[in-house]
Write a protein of this length. Structure first.
Lengths: 235, 51
């Protein structure tokens, strides 16, 4: 595991993987869109069910990205691995964007189905908190000049905020909410909706993976440039 | 065709949801790619100076 966390090896490995992951992401997204617009209207939600194909994948990636940041933060705090910091930091802006997309698409689904763009219930509120956690995490990184200290503070914030993840997940069970309950793992969703959803979710995850790799690679290159400049100043 | 765009009367919510999602994904792709290109260029210029 640590072997692959070496920046040089990561550059080689990610460089080889990137075209394939990007290609698969594009194929999955196009296939998912194609299937998604051919579904019949849901018996309760009509055609608004198609919003699910962009809403649920965004939400899944938003939460998974935060979980990845939390795991990377443990590696950063315990083993002080610099690539773990880079990986965690690189995922945050992506996670924030996917969270925003989940909120906006959810709100556009909520208006016709619930009669309101927004309600302060447990699922929506905990998901909004996820967006603020991302923004706070990014702001903390930018606020502290010394990179080692910034990494430690951000990692601690990420781990404290991780408490919110199970709250989001189980919010629909623990509290009364307008948001519908879990229907994928429990098999309550009809296959005609499940397939486009799974393919879109796969496309979103692969796209996240590709962009995450690009951003980690960018930071590795920037670090090289910074160390070259410091050496230049010292000489 | 107009039936397709009407989306059973919910087009006004469905199309913005897809539009915003597309814009958001494209913005991430563009920003990540631009930052990568800029970083590569900067490193190449620095390595050029060294020689």
């Amino acid at each position: 595991m640590f072997r692959y966390a070496n920046p040089a090896i990561f550059m080689r490995l990610s460089g080889a993987l990137l075209p394939w992951v990007s290609l698969l992401a594009a194929i999955a997204l196009v296939t998912g869109l194609f299937l998604g617009f051919r579904v019949p209207p849901d018996y309760q939600q009509g055609m608004t069910v198609t919003i699910m194909f962009v809403h649920v994948p965004a939400a899944i990636v938003a939460e998974s990205a935060y979980a990845l940041i939390a795991v990377a933060s443990i590696f950063s705090l315990v083993w002080r691995h610099p690539l773990a910091d880079t990986a965690a930091r690189a995922a945050a802006p992506l996670g924030a964007m996917f969270t925003a997309l989940g909120l906006i698409t959810g709100s556009l689904w909520g208006r016709p189905m619930w009669g309101a763009y927004w309600v302060w219930d447990a699922r929506l509120t905990s998901f909004l908190l996820l967006l603020f956690l991302y923004l706070g995490y990014i702001a903390l990184w930018n606020a502290i000049e010394d990179e080692t200290r910034a990494a430690r503070a951000a990692a601690i914030l990420a781990l404290v905020g991780a408490v919110n993840l199970p709250v989001i997940k189980f919010s629909v069970d623990w509290w009364n909410t307008l948001h519908q309950g879990e229907s994928i793992l429990s098999g309550q969703i009809a296959p005609v909706f499940l397939w486009p959803l799974l393919i879109m979710a796969l496309g979103y995850m692969l796209l996240f993976a590709a962009l995450w790799m690009v951003r980690i690679r960018t930071e590795i290159v920037n670090r090289r440039a910074r160390s070259l400049m410091q050496r230049g100043e010292a000489a | 065709m107009s039936n397709f765009f009407a989306m059973g009367g919910y087009g006004a919510f469905i199309w913005p949801a897809y539009g915003v999602s597309l814009l958001g994904l494209l913005a991430m792709i563009w920003q990540s790619w631009a930052a990568w290109r800029a970083a590569k260029k900067r490193l190449a210029a620095l390595e050029e100076d060294k020689r």
